[in-house]
Design a protein around this ligand. Structure first.
Ligand SMILES: *[C@@H]1O[C@H](CO)[C@@H](O)[C@H](O)[C@H]1NC(C)=O
Ligand SMILES: *[C@@H]1O[C@H](CO)[C@@H](O)[C@H](O)[C@H]1NC(C)=O
Ligand SMILES: *[C@@H]1O[C@H](CO)[C@@H](O)[C@H](O)[C@H]1NC(C)=O
Ligand SMILES: *[C@@H]1O[C@H](CO)[C@@H](O)[C@H](O)[C@H]1NC(C)=O
Ligand SMILES: *[C@@H]1O[C@H](CO)[C@@H](O)[C@H](O)[C@H]1NC(C)=O
Ligand SMILES: *[C@@H]1O[C@H](CO)[C@@H](O)[C@H](O)[C@H]1NC(C)=O
Ligand SMILES: *[C@@H]1O[C@H](CO)[C@@H](O)[C@H](O)[C@H]1NC(C)=O
Ligand SMILES: *[C@@H]1O[C@H](CO)[C@@H](O)[C@H](O)[C@H]1NC(C)=O
Length: 904
């Protein structure tokens, strides 16, 4: 906080400047009153404390401050700040009545909390008010109705509650009204029908009930109507056809009933139509074929009947078509080839019959194709090699016959292949199952033949289900690294590889007659059976002594084998642990600094001389350099060959983009970048100690990283993630949080790094993704749903928390948490043994809280995990004394939240 002395100094100097400017002979009363009102504005801005770091700088008028625009007279007309990390930002500190000339007031995603004060009604000239993406609560003040000049009002994505005041009907100039993503309840006031200039009406994701008032349909200028995810009920009036200019209409996730009105034919400009998850019945009107501009049609999860009108296949601009979970009949016509732009097609869970036309394979942009749960028959089109963008293919629960097409090998993007519950026969094409890295389900078919040996080296999390087929032969050794393998109910035989049990249980091999293992009870032992075979065949005629000798020899070999195998296993284990590298290849941060010149970089690194290289990864090198200004930077550079590889190029650009839009003290700063084919590099703040993984894996440094520092590191990470999830618009999901991507500076402060695969969550799209991340930190649901949301980061964060507390990756602990024996483990016994077990009361409270939060964050149901905002708030509250001695606390008590309760 600045001292009051320096504040008054700034004001004094600035006021003098203003008077001098206005000055000269004309020191009339006008100038005096102007200067005093300007003085008032300056004081009000300082009082708000939002620009506190500016007060200590050289005297300047607030007009030069970031986000403030003044008119020629020096009076503030615009305050426009978004996505900064203001702490303790409240509107009640802001004196609205001091800004008579304010026209635009935009504080989006700056962490505002508390209520919107009624004084906001005094800024009578306001035309733009945007407070979106904050944490504002309470009801909308009625005084808003006084702002009759308002053209844009955006309070979306806050925690506002109560009714939508009918007085908003006074705001006759309003063009855009955004109140989505709050907790507003009550009904939609019919007075909104008076806002005849309105082009955007967005009330989605609230708790609004009642019917859609018919007055809304008078809003002839409406282009965007978004009322999705509320409790609206009743039929959709045919008057909705009045909205002739509507471009985007989203009424999804409500309780709307009745048929789709035929008046939809009037929506000639319609781009997006979503009525998903309502109770719409009747058939799809033929008039839908007139919506020639339609790109996105989502009627998922309704009660539609009848056949899919042929007219739909004339909507050649469609990119997204979801008719899943209805009662539609009919077949997939050849005309589907007209939809040449289609990326998403879901017709699942209907009664669609007939064959899958070969023409479908002409839709080369397809990324998602789901025809499951229908009554399709015939073969899977063999010519699927065109699907080069496809990443989900689900044809399960049909009656498909024939074999698995070999051409799937060329679907390079495929991440999820589900063909279960069909009548597919023939063998398993080796390339197909091993080229799809994430999720393959071929269960409940008639597949035969051997399981082909895989390449053996799996760096990805995988799920392979081959159960309920008629596969023969043995389980190949190379499959043991798959984490979720199901080969039950086949005709497999022979010894199960020992490493198999690292990731799999008995259930995954049940129902195979002739499998054996010496590692697990419940299966026949291999030694016994091999002895029996030997005895019954070759040795029958030998005398008893010879048999005994043979048994001893066999047992001897067997024991040797065990010794060899277990040594082998140890070697494998250590090989598998990632080798931490100081300032390893995963680095990132952002904040463009125009002072760094390309030339300086070349000079400082002597044209990327190897001497400045501090680490090399698979795709590039990290350099450390000191610029002429004395600033030390880290520079991540792609190797020349790699920069031509699209995946690396994309990850670099993504990182630059994401980091350019965020700013937080626990996120690494990016100073600049070069994203040219010939020089691909990113320049970051240099962070001295390297990754948390490195520090934890080094006994000396790990001891220096005492409990207090570890707790602070976790708080820092939690704050950074809470900022990305809750203060950025759109929400940014990191997707690859690991201890290798947390960097520590000399004071052991944490910085989240590596945003190569981070992505913004688009609130209007399905957020489907390919599986990415680091094995051991990926939330389990990602393998099944492919839908990213911020709860995936909460899972990874929880793994990082346990790893920081335990000093090693908590892999086995996590997988065994459900078992009661694990729950009896005492908390003290999982703590990093390198630190002294005697910890003081405050630290003990923090550790108990951290582990409680982490266990809640590892819930397999993403909805049950706390949000990062909750986590960061929990961590900021001072906790009560522990009710029992620290050493007597067990993991079970933390799982059940018996010590500290996480508020929901
Ligand atoms: C003084 O200011 C007034 C109003 O701004 C203006 O009309 C007048 O011409 C000015 N007089 C001088 C001498 O500048
Ligand atoms: C706010 O500033 C950004 C750039 O900083 C600009 O793009 C945007 O139009 C401004 N918003 C308003 C309401 O003036
Ligand atoms: C709206 O929610 C508030 C609590 O936030 C509740 O008191 C009020 O009764 C609700 N009103 C309606 C109409 O549901
Ligand atoms: C809307 O919800 C509130 C509270 O949930 C309820 O009291 C009210 O009757 C509902 N309104 C209608 C029209 O159903
Ligand atoms: C599809 O469009 C073509 C030409 O645009 C038209 O001739 C045909 O009748 C349309 N088909 C249907 C089923 O509407
Ligand atoms: C759609 O396909 C059918 C048959 O393939 C063709 O006759 C029709 O003209 C196509 N419609 C459009 C709009 O391309
Ligand atoms: C599936 O196909 C088989 C053989 O073609 C047929 O006998 C069976 O009735 C079909 N099942 C369904 C549900 O259509
Ligand atoms: C599985 O295959 C074997 C021969 O490979 C055959 O004898 C057996 O009947 C098949 N079982 C089923 C259920 O098709």
């Amino acid at each position: 906080m600045p001292s009051s002395v320096s504040i008054s100094l700034v004001i004094l100097v600035w006021t003098t400047t203003v008077i001098t400017h206005v000055g000269g002979a004309n020191t009339s009363t006008v100038a005096k009153s102007q200067s005093s009102s300007l003085h008032q504005e300056a004081e009000a801005l300082i009082h708000a404390q939002w620009w506190w770091w500016r007060y200590e700088e050289s005297p300047s008028s607030p007009c030069e401050w970031y986000g403030i625009v003044c008119n020629d007279g020096g009076s503030v007309i615009e305050i426009n700040v978004s996505r900064t990390d203001w702490y303790d930002a409240q509107l009640r500190n802001f004196n609205f009545s001091s800004f008579p000339n304010l026209v635009r007031f935009k504080l989006a995603g700056v962490g505002l909390y508390g209520s919107i004060p009624p004084e906001i009604g005094s800024v009578s000239k306001l035309t733009h008010l945007n407070l979106s993406g904050n944490s504002l609560s309470g009801e909308l003040p009625l005084s808003l109705a006084k702002l009759t000049q308002l053209e844009k009002l955006d309070i979306s994505f806050n925690q506002m509650s109560g009714p939508i005041p009918l007085q908003l009907g006074n705001l006759r100039s309003l063009v855009e009204l955004h109140l989505g993503g709050n907790f507003f309840n009550g009904t939609i006031p019919s007075t909104l029908g008076l806002l005849t200039s309105l082009s955007h009406l967005d009330l989605h994701s609230n708790q609004i009930n009642g019917t859609i008032p018919s007055e809304i349909y008078n809003l002839k200028n409406l282009m965007v109507l978004h009322l999705g995810t509320n409790n609206l009920f009743g039929p959709i009036s045919s008057k909705i056809g009045n909205l002739k200019n509507v471009v985007s209409l989203n009424l999804s996730h409500n309780l709307l009933i009745g048929p789709l009105p035929h008046t939809l034919v009037c929506w000639t400009n319609l781009n997006l139509l979503s009525l998903a998850s309502n109770q719409i019945n009747g058939s799809i009107p033929l008039e839908i074929g007139e919506l020639r501009e339609l790109r996105h049609l989502d009627l998922y999860n309704n009660s539609l009947t009848g056949s899919i009108p042929l007219e739909i296949w004339n909507l050649t601009k469609l990119v997204f078509l979801d008719l899943g979970l209805n009662n539609l009949i009919g077949s997939i016509p050849l005309e589907i080839r007209n939809l040449t732009k289609l990326e998403f097609l879901d017709l699942s869970s209907n009664y669609i019959s007939g064959i899958i036309p070969e023409e479908l394979t002409q839709l080369t942009p397809l990324q998602y194709l789901n025809l499951s749960f229908n009554i399709l028959f015939g073969e899977i089109p063999q010519d699927v090699k065109n699907f080069s963008s496809l990443f989900v293919l689900d044809l399960s629960h049909n009656n498909l016959t024939g074999s698995i097409p070999m051409q799937l090998v060329y679907c390079y993007s495929l991440k999820q292949l589900v063909l279960s519950y069909n009548q597919l026969h023939g063998g398993l094409p080796f390339q197909v199952i091993y080229n799809v890295p994430a999720f393959v389900d071929l269960s409940h078919n008639l597949l035969i033949g051997n399981i082909p040996p895989g390449p053996g080296d799996y760096s990805f999390f995988r799920h392979l289900d081959l159960s309920f087929n008629n596969l023969t032969g043995t389980i190949p050794e190379s499959l043991v690294y798959l984490c979720q393998l199901n080969m039950s109910y086949n005709s497999l035989e022979g010894q199960i590889p020992d490493n198999f049990w690292r990731y799999n249980t008995l259930e995954s091999v049940m129902g195979n007659k002739d499998l054996c293992s010496d590692q697990i009870s419940g299966l026949p032992h291999c030694v016994q059976s091999s002895l029996i075979i030997i005895r019954s065949t070759k040795i029958k005629k030998l005398n008893d002594t010879k048999i005994i000798v043979l048994i001893i020899v066999t047992l001897g070999f067997f024991l040797l084998g065990i010794v060899f195998l277990s040594r082998h296993k140890i070697v494998r284990n250590t090989e598998h642990e990632s080798k931490p590298m100081k300032n390893g290849d995963l680095f990132s941060i952002w904040n463009y600094d125009g002072n760094i010149a390309f030339k300086d970089i070349i000079t400082a690194t002597e044209d990327f001389d190897i001497r400045y290289c501090i680490g090399t990864g698979g795709y590039g090198s990290v350099y450390k350099a000191t610029l002429p200004s004395g600033r030390v930077i880290a520079l991540k550079k792609l190797h020349r060959l790699e920069s031509e590889e699209p995946a690396f190029d994309k990850s670099f650009r993504n990182e630059a983009k994401v980091l350019s839009e965020v700013r937080h003290r626990n996120i690494v700063k990016l100073y600049g970048f070069c994203l040219h084919k010939r020089c691909m590099f990113l320049i970051y703040e240099y962070i001295e100690r390297g990754s948390l993984l490195y520090v934890l894996s080094n006994d000396v440094e790990a001891k220096e990283l005492n409990w207090k520092k570890r707790v602070n590191i976790i708080k820092g990470i939690a704050n950074a993630l809470s900022y990305l999830h809750h203060d950025c618009i759109p929400t940014i999901v990191h997707r690859d949080l690991t201890t290798n991507n947390i960097l520590l500076n000399s004071k052991f402060e944490a910085f989240v790094a590596d945003f190569g695969i981070a992505r913004p969550l688009n609130p209007n799209s399905s957020n489907l993704t390919t599986l990415a991340g680091t094995y051991g930190y990926i939330a389990p649901e990602l393998a099944y749903t492919m839908v990213v949301n911020e709860k995936c980061d909460v899972y990874s964060f929880s793994v990082v928390v346990l790893e920081t507390i335990m000093g090693r990756h908590p892999g086995e602990l996590i997988s065994s948490l459900a078992s009661s024996s694990t729950q009896h483990i005492m908390l003290k016994d999982v703590l990093d043994p390198r630190l002294s077990p005697h910890i003081n009361q405050t630290i003990a409270q923090s550790v108990v809280l951290l582990v409680t939060l982490a266990l809640a964050g590892l819930c397999s149901n993403p909805k049950s995990r706390p949000t990062m905002k909750q986590v960061s708030q929990e961590l900021s509250i001072l906790r009560s004394q522990l009710p029992k001695p620290f050493v007597e606390i067990s993991m079970r008590q933390l799982m059940n939240q018996e010590i500290y309760v996480i508020e929901k």
